[in-house]
Design a protein around this ligand. Sequence first.
Ligand code: BTN
Length: 257
Amino acid sequence: MQNNIFLGLFVGHNTVTLKAVDSTNSWLKQAVSKSAPLPEGTVIMAESQFAGRGQSQNTWHSEPGKNLTFSILLNPRFLPIQNQFDLNMAVSLAVNDVLKIYFGEDAYIKWPNDSYIGKNKIGGILIENILQGTQLKHAIIGIGINVNQDDFPPEVKNVTSFRKILHTYYDLNQLKNEICRSVEARYLQLKAGKKESLRKDYLDNLYLLNQQASYIFRDREVEGRITGISPEGFLLLETAEGVEQFGLKEIEFKRED
Ligand code: BTN
């Protein structure tokens, strides 16, 4: 029986757990386009995801049975397309709110939506929108969090997990429910139009905000300081040239070994 004590009103109430799937995002996207309507808040969770997808066409690797890999269906029809970064802020914050329970002030959001503990990545989010005309019809919120995985391939740098840091085993279902509840709370905040408080909380939790750091831009290293995020979600970076804005594929954070 599913333990729903950590859930809110609708996110996660309809949860389907699959033994193995290519990608929970792809599965949910297909289901939404083909089958009878699924309730908002439906969660598809995979024990094993063999072709997980990440941002910028990257792949998402996760050892079977050890980590959280799931997708949530939301229907943010109230959100104008040009404001879709607001949904990204709400979801990133929701995950960060839960991570803070376990890791305190070491938990950060790395722009645009990576979950970091200190200098290492513990999770990522892939949001895929389905439009109807010019309106957002569905958003597939894919969340991957490293939980009980201890070893990572040597080529995967700056990666961590609950287990690597806290040295204990965590119940995946309970953690998934905590995240679902948190996503619901932040989503309802967005739906209620409390955009400014979301923006403030996002910036308060942003990795390297107002700190001097190195970035890679057009294969060159540049020094800069993140001063904010534009309403469309661009990174605002102050460099020697002044404040410039960058999109996701234009700039990389320089890795610290
Ligand atoms: C990233 O950091 O690049 C985003 C990673 C998102 C991974 C999750 S795992 C569940 C869902 N299904 C996918 O194929 N991807 C997302």
